[in-house]
Ligand binder design. Structure first.
Ligand code: CS2
Length: 493
């Protein structure tokens, strides 16, 4: 009968084999995390729990869903914030019950409680995993996107915000007005220079409301940058079964992940922070080299694998990388086109990093679906692929494999695989991009119209003949079938 009982804090004593440590003092909330998705729960929340075990402190987390996902809030709160992390690797499955999450809120329903916490001096960090589009950032200027409907609404009703810049600005304004020291804002998304990027979005938004406030934020609020890494797919029934088998309890919201994890954090926390270094996080002065290396090596090849796979019919990253020509193509892309653009400390071995990534992609125990990674290409392609292209073109270097990734994304936007299977496209620019991909009747037209999208391609790329020609060659190769194109590009030297 026990396996019909639900995970809850009252049952923690029976779960000792699945806890990081039996010692535990329930912490007060010290961190509000915006974007309580799977990634945060398998990464930041675990590091924070381990840090509290090593050095007790009130760093309990209040997680917030910004999409009004009441069912997620209710499922987590029904388990008192507990959930299992189901680590899947070559050595098997390990289930750990995570305890740092103390409260879950769903915006806009829980706005009053959210702002009560954000005003509370005991909340010292507001962290975010809201995905690239959650930043409401205008691509060319880096300011808040004032044409974004949510941003416009928040500017008109600044006390009832729903966007990231709107929420952070309102909360910081309340702190300033009350004379309460500000919290540190910690971006944990895959954007280059994520701390500085968020700071500019918030300050530009705030300046539309109150110049003085914007200046106060710029001066008083720390926005450290971070590089976060762990492959965390969406939850499946198999994860719920794994949790139930291990715990003998029902967990409605477990999180699957790979064994690997990494967190590099710029050490700038005027209001204090958990002792994350005790959990293996690297606290450094400059995160940028790590961030750029991760975006260009990992995330870029993830997106490349995702678009080629959606066309060729590989469902997961491990299926895709098991196809030898595709592995060779990705290996060549990292070795010859990406790694040479990176400027990393001497201790950072890029080729070992490449090999470790290929190993992680080969994890067949983790069903990381290509369709999940293929989402939001308009937000992901610029920092992942286009920035490398810019660096290579500026140095007069070739971009053949990078161009194949771009061409595969263009063809992907037609919504149909090589075998004719249709799939949905999830992207904030879906209407505009699928319209172009669906109506451009030649490779030349498709390339010209896509390159003309100034919010995607900067002038340095849009005006490059070398880029246009490389994309056209890749489109031509794809026309003969995606697998043949992969075979061809896998043989490039
Ligand atoms: C992936 C990332 O979905 C995606 O776009 O590339 O979520 C990736 O798995 C993580 O950044 C790994 O740390």
């Amino acid at each position: 009968m026990t396996d019909t009982l639900q995970l809850s804090r009252a049952r923690l004593d029976d779960l000792r084999g699945h806890l990081l440590s039996p010692d535990w003092r329930e912490p007060e909330i010290g961190i509000v995390h915006l974007g309580i998705g799977n990634f945060h729960r398998a990464h930041h929340a675990l590091y924070t729990e381990e840090a509290m075990l090593a050095q007790p402190g009130d760093w309990g987390i209040c997680g917030v869903t910004l999409q009004g996902d009441v069912s997620k809030r209710d499922a987590l709160m029904a388990q008192d914030g507990l959930y299992s992390v189901v680590e899947r690797g070559p050595a098997g499955v390990r289930v750990t019950v995570a305890r740092a999450l103390r409260e879950v809120l769903a915006m806009p329903f829980d706005r009053a409680r959210l702002f009560e916490l954000l005003a509370d001096e005991r909340v010292k960090i507001v962290s975010l995993t809201v995905t690239e589009k959650g930043y409401c950032r205008e691509a060319q200027t880096g300011d808040a996107d004032f044409s974004h409907p949510g941003v416009a609404r928040d500017l008109a009703h600044p006390n009832e915000p729903s966007t990231v810049p709107g929420i952070l600005t309102a909360a910081l304004r309340a702190r300033r007005d009350a004379g309460t020291p500000p919290f540190t804002v910690l971006s944990c998304d895959n954007l280059s220079n994520n701390g500085a990027a968020l700071r500019q979005v918030v300050c530009s938004y705030a300046s539309r409301l109150d110049e003085g406030l914007s200046a106060w934020i710029a001066e008083q609020v720390a926005f450290p940058s971070t590089m976060v890494d762990r492959i965390v797919p969406a939850t499946t029934e198999a994860d719920r079964e794994a949790a139930r088998a291990a715990l003998g309890l029902v967990d409605g919201v477990p999180v699957p992940c790979e064994p690997f994890r990494q967190w590099v954090i710029e050490d700038r926390f005027p209001a204090g922070r958990p002792a994350w270094e005790t959990a293996g996080a690297q606290l450094v002065d400059d995160v940028e080299p790590f961030e750029i290396a991760k975006l260009r090596m990992l995330n870029a090849t993830h997106s490349t694998l995702a678009y080629l796979s959606m066309l060729a019919g590989f469902e997961t990253i491990s299926d895709a990388i098991a196809y030898a020509p595709l592995r060779a193509m990705i290996h060549g892309m990292m070795t010859h086109e990406i790694a040479p653009t990176l400027n990393v400390p001497a201790s950072f071995d890029l080729l070992a990093y490449r090999d470790a990534l290929l190993e992680r992609y080969s994890n067949t125990a983790l069903k990381h679906r290509c369709a999940q990674i293929a989402m939001d290409g308009s937000q992901k392609m610029p920092p992942r692929i286009f920035s490398t292209m810019e660096a290579r073109l500026a140095a007069g270097q070739s971009i053949e494999r990078l161009a194949l990734a771009v061409a595969a994304w263009f063809v992907f936007l037609r919504g149909r695989s090589d075998s004719g299977e249709r799939y949905g496209i999830n992207d904030p620019l879906v209407d505009r991009l699928t319209q172009i991909a669906g109506t451009a009747d030649t490779a030349e037209r498709l390339t010209a119209e896509m390159l003309a999208q100034r919010d995607l391609f900067p002038e340095s790329l849009a005006g490059s003949d070398a880029l246009r020609d490389a994309v056209l060659r890749a489109l031509e190769a794809l026309q003969g079938g995606t697998r043949q194109a992969i075979d061809l590009y896998g043989r490039l030297v």
